[in-house]
Design a protein around this ligand. Structure first.
Ligand code: SOE
Length: 362
């Protein structure tokens, strides 16, 4: 039996919700699961048994073992820089959860170090991998919408709405100086740029920390952000980002208004794309004949078999491994995109602090 391709060996650092999502995706992409490490030995052991890792422990340096090809970093934000730099210096491919680092300077350094070392990198802006997001992007690129005029966007969750809800994210040291924007606003702004093909050029933001304390801890980062922005092609838009929106679980919503048509994507209904028209609007459901090639690439189940969040994640990790094998893929978010998100985060906080429009550096 000829083995068409050498099995990729993956290590996971961090055994929380994202560690589990990455482990499932790495396994689905055919990796051998080498080791999972976590600050909590119990969490590491739970994931090791769930996904049949070779080893588990609390020492993240085990993930840089010579046998390891790629390191998936899912540790608390404040540890990303250290864990990613160690993997890069070890010559490993690195998939690092957003935010890439809690400062733009550290994120830029990681992107530079990875470029210099020539390692494959990714920051899982996973929502790029829904087929109907690729369909929206293809329609805008093909000119179906006409000139992009305005954007109405939001990313709303409610898992931090209880004042008692404490998590490493609500601690500025472990989570970083931005929470809602760095955690989910970064996904939304990455998607706005990815779908429209335009850059965010300037923003005007206001943040709120509705609960200055949670449990016995002082909270050092924001619960919610509202944003005005201008895009490089002249469009203007607004975004509401909050993790205190009762009833909204993971509600990323993006609506783009063109001179000819509109589109609306809702992450909680990922197989659908609303097409807005002056005469008759419609809902395009994944799997139709004239779907774009790029949408078809991630549409690996036929119409009527819903694809979801983990499917999109699996497709993203499969693209990372394809890139490690020298293949060319379209739309993989790399450390360059992660560094851009970290820079945008600092611009958003600066705009809120100084109560003015701030230009986004290229
Ligand atoms: C929590 O806000 C979270 O898990 C984010 O960290 C993820 O990036 C997002 O995709 C889902 O919600």
């Amino acid at each position: 039996v000829s083995s068409s391709k050498r099995q990729i060996v993956a290590a996971v650092v961090g055994a929380g919700f994202m560690g589990e999502v990455h482990s499932r995706a790495a396994r689905a992409a055919g990796a051998r699961l080498h080791s999972v490490t976590s600050l909590s030995l119990q969490s590491a052991r739970r994931l090791a048994e769930l996904f049949d890792f070779g080893a588990w422990g609390v020492d993240a340096t085990e993930s840089i073992d010579d046998a390891v090809d790629v390191v998936h970093i899912c540790s608390p934000n404040g540890l990303h820089y250290e864990h990613a730099l160690r993997a890069i210096e070890g010559g490993r491919a690195v998939v690092c959860e957003k935010p890439l680092a809690t400062t733009a300077a550290h994120a830029d350094h990681l992107a530079e170090a990875a470029r210099a070392r020539g390692v494959v990198t990714a920051v899982p802006f996973v929502y790029r991998y829904h087929s109907m997001v690729r369909e929206a992007r293809a329609r805008i690129a093909a000119g179906n919408l006409g000139a992009v005029l305005t954007i109405d966007a939001a990313y709303l969750q409610d898992w931090l709405m209880q004042p008692s809800a404490v998590n490493w994210r609500t601690d500025a040291v472990q989570g970083g100086s931005s929470r809602a924007f760095a955690d989910i606003g970064s996904h939304l702004c990455d998607l706005i740029e990815f779908v429209t093909g335009q850059r965010m050029e300037s923003v005007c933001a206001r943040t709120r920390r509705f609960y200055a304390e949670r449990g016995n801890d002082v909270v050092g980062n924001e619960d919610s952000v509202v944003l005005l922005f201008e895009l490089s092609g002249g469009a203007i838009g607004s975004a509401t980002i909050s993790q205190l929106a009762p009833g909204r679980k993971n509600a990323l919503m993006l609506e783009v208004h063109g001179a000819l048509e509109s589109i609306r994507f809702e992450q909680e209904r990922p197989d659908e794309l609303w097409i807005g028209r002056l005469d008759e609007s419609s809902i395009a459901v994944r799997g139709f004949e004239s779907m774009s090639d790029d949408a078809r690439r991630t549409s690996y189940l036929p119409a009527g078999h819903p694809l979801g969040y983990q499917d999109a994640f699996n497709a993203l990790i499969a693209d990372v491994y394809a890139t490690m094998r020298g293949e060319t893929v379209d739309g993989l978010p790399t450390f360059e995109d992660g560094a851009r998100a970290a820079r945008l985060t600092e611009v958003v906080l600066q705009s809120a602090r100084e109560e003015r429009w701030v230009q986004v550096p290229r």
